[in-house]
Design a protein around this ligand. Structure first.
Ligand code: SF4
Length: 695
């Protein structure tokens, strides 16, 4: 017999597809909901998400490692929590409060992200909290704040995509990473619109585009400046828009003056005729510019995004209906996760931790003095890299993140994690990071708790609880509350999602990301509510129709220049190495690698290379190969494809152990967003040894 359906959302990406969960004859069944974004569509990850609801691999008891070389052993919650409290006190007494850090995740609900930020600053009193969104959307967020005065991934509803005449999609393989979004692009094509994809690889998204600009990895900013140069040269600018809605155009004009088409062709590999065609196409009415990780995960990611925003503003394509600039956020709650205080430099509601007014406002809500509120801490990679260093971390709490796989230079980070005096990891499964921990806490998964998520459009959604968690499993809010109680601060850290959300609403009132008018009931009635939404007011599906969010209402142009890559191929490491995703795995794979159907789809970890390069190296399809950079090596099966440039190697980053692409990546950080360079470094490729083949 079927049980009642629970309306919820997929546990994975920022599409947050609407789904119903129910049980039929004891088995969990998922069906796609007719939600405004996915409209009945889901990808295999969503369809198979219920496979983990009764997984025998779930952690159901806290695990404790009493000595560094001892194994993890099952203990009671009391024992685990007492151990944590004792260690934290010891470490903070010896090394200071900031020696304890907190690392959150873009998959946590808004409630948990908010609570984690408060717990870090009010209970642990540490400045050092950041989250894995710093590895994901941070550059687009920084660029949005600079150019528009606010960061909301898409400042318009997803359905506007279908109404655009042309979309420039930079660095995204959405046909594989979020397939249901393709329905809006298909509608665009049916309406006569054109899709232009910028990507070093001929991905399924690029193969279906009207134009594929197969650029040299890492040269996206040169392309952006080159297109604006052509727009100026050919008189394609929207002068009225520039005059009335923007400032500082002259600095952008000067910045792109030297990006003449022949130079841009030489650096990017895109020929001049294509550059000109695309610029003219985009200059037509209603064009849209969407960036994703390919453009953003660079050491110059903020400037790269600003380059494309300059182009969108110059052509007058921002802030109007059915066109504009947006970022396609990746992680499930990448958007909400960066609004409510998980970031080192932020307080809830997108307030700034170094702004004295913001500090006073939040401190008043939290019942502390502004002086007690820590200042900005270290960004995600800096935080991890500080482990064990003189002024760095001695203890780390990790919630909903698998940094041993997702961090750049992962080999070094794994060694540092293992050497910490205290590593506490809260997760559903024994992830690669949890394997290194001193204390592992078994956490609830998405269908076992209620909470809100903010999708890539800034639409706040409600996940409802469909099942009770297994015995022994606690929600992160419960364990934070239990720890806070041990320090006499339990009343400050509530454990009920609705109570936390009501506090979040009060605290964000009047802030940039104002959630004060959003309630669970309103979300349910309206199929989501777009922030900002003040109590008693409508929500805000489109942000920039009348004005941008800077005090003068105008968007800003920026002077952005390309100064080369942090690491160029050379004789020792002759190829570009780039990382990305496949359709059937999600992020560091903690969940999806435990689903046989998804593993069968993705196949084993692989390295993609061009047939000419394979021939030169004597590599055949399926051979085990080793790719090596100055930071480490990873192995995978050779996948030979003429869709990749002959000078480039590609490896998805979903796998752990010696199959981790991030063993190679370079921790060169964007100076503004502190986003690491995940998309380009120099590498070499060889056939793996027999030992490596067998391991
Ligand atoms: S992974 Fe993303 S695109 Fe796929 S079903 Fe889930 S939310 Fe939708």
């Amino acid at each position: 017999m079927s049980q009642p359906k629970t309306a919820t959302h997929c546990p994975y990406c920022a599409m947050q597809c609407g789904m119903n969960l129910t049980q039929h004859e004891g088995n969990w069944v998922v069906e796609a909901r007719d939600f405004p974004t996915n409209r009945g569509g889901m990808c295999r990850k969503g369809w198979t998400s219920v496979a983990l609801l009764e997984s025998p691999q779930r952690l159901t008891s806290p695990l404790l490692r009493r000595e560094k070389d001892a194994p993890l052993q099952s203990v009671s919650w009391d024992e685990a929590l007492d151990f944590i409290v004792g260690k934290v006190e010891q470490i903070q007494d010896k090394w200071g409060r900031d020696a304890v850090g907190v690392f959150g995740g873009g998959g946590l609900t808004n409630e948990k992200a908010y609570l984690l930020g408060k717990f870090a600053r009010v209970v642990l009193k540490t400045a050092n909290i950041d989250y894995n969104g710093r590895f994901c959307m941070a550059s687009a967020a920084a660029a949005g704040n600079k150019a528009f005065g606010i960061d909301r991934g898409l400042p318009f509803p997803m359905q506007d995509i279908a109404q655009a005449d042309a979309v420039l999609l930079i660095g995204s393989n959405i046909a594989e990473t979020m397939p249901p979004i393709m329905q809006w692009f298909e509608k665009l094509r049916e309406n006569g619109g054109k899709l232009i994809v910028v990507d070093p690889r001929a991905t399924p998204t690029a193969q279906n585009a009207d134009y594929h600009l197969q650029i040299t990895p890492g040269t996206d900013l040169v392309l952006a400046n080159g297109l604006l140069h052509i727009a100026i040269e050919e008189g394609l600018l929207d002068e009225a828009f520039i005059a009335t809605r923007t400032t500082d155009f002259e600095c952008a004009r000067r910045a792109v003056a030297s990006y003449w088409p022949a130079r841009v062709e030489r650096i990017t590999g895109v020929d001049e005729a294509n550059l000109r065609d695309v610029t003219r196409l985009l200059a037509r009415a209603n064009s849209m510019f969407l960036t994703a990780r390919g453009a953003e995960q660079h050491a110059n990611g903020t400037e790269t995004v600003l380059g494309f925003i300059n182009l969108a503003l110059g052509l007058g394509k921002a802030g109007k209906f059915y066109n504009g600039y947006g970022c396609l956020t990746g992680q499930g709650n990448g958007q909400g996760g960066r609004e409510h205080g998980q970031k080192a430099d932020q307080l809830p509601g997108y307030r700034k931790i170094e702004n004295e007014t913001h500090r006073r406002e939040v401190a008043a809500h939290w019942g502390i003095s502004p002086d007690e509120l820590p200042r900005a801490g270290k960004s995600a990679y800096e935080l991890l890299d500080s482990m064990g260093e003189a002024d760095g971390l001695r203890a780390l709490f990790v919630m909903g993140s698998n940094v041993a796989v997702s961090s750049p230079s992962a080999g070094k980070i794994r060694r540092k994690l293992a050497a910490l005096e205290l590593l506490v990891v809260s997760d559903l499964f024994l992830s690669e990071t949890a394997e290194l921990a001193d204390v592992v806490l078994p956490a609830t998964q998405w269908a076992e708790e209620q909470g809100t998520m903010t999708n890539l459009e800034g639409r706040v959604l409600l996940r409802n609880q469909a099942k009770t968690p297994p015995e022994g499993v606690w929600s992160d809010a419960q364990f934070l509350n239990a720890l806070a109680k041990r320090w006499g601060q339990g009343e400050r850290i509530p454990s009920e999602p609705r109570v936390i959300f009501d506090e979040l609403r009060r605290v964000t009132k009047g802030a940039l990301a104002d959630y004060s008018g959003i309630t669970y009931e309103r979300i349910t009635q309206n199929k989501g509510v777009f922030w900002p939404c003040r109590a008693g007011y409508d929500d805000t599906p489109r942000l920039f129709h009348d004005r941008f969010a800077h005090p003068d209402g105008r968007a800003r142009f920026h002077d952005v220049q390309f100064f080369g890559l942090p690491e160029e191929p050379d004789t020792e490491y002759p190829f570009f190495f780039t990382t990305g995703r496949v359709m059937s795995q999600y992020q560091s794979g903690t969940q999806t690698r435990r689903i046989p159907e998804l593993n069968a789809m993705s196949g084993p970890p692989f390295v993609e290379l061009h047939p000419d390069l394979a021939l030169e190296m004597g590599i055949s399809e399926g051979d085990m190969v080793r790719v090596t950079s100055r930071r480490g090596s990873a192995t995978g099966c050779a996948k030979i494809s003429d869709g990749i440039r002959a000078d480039t190697l590609f490896m998805p980053f979903h796998w752990g152990g010696h199959h981790s692409a991030n063993l190679l990546t370079i921790p060169a950080l964007d100076p503004t967003s502190k986003m690491p360079e995940f998309k380009v470094c120099a590498a070499k490729i060889e056939k793996a040894t027999e030992v490596e083949r067998d391991s």
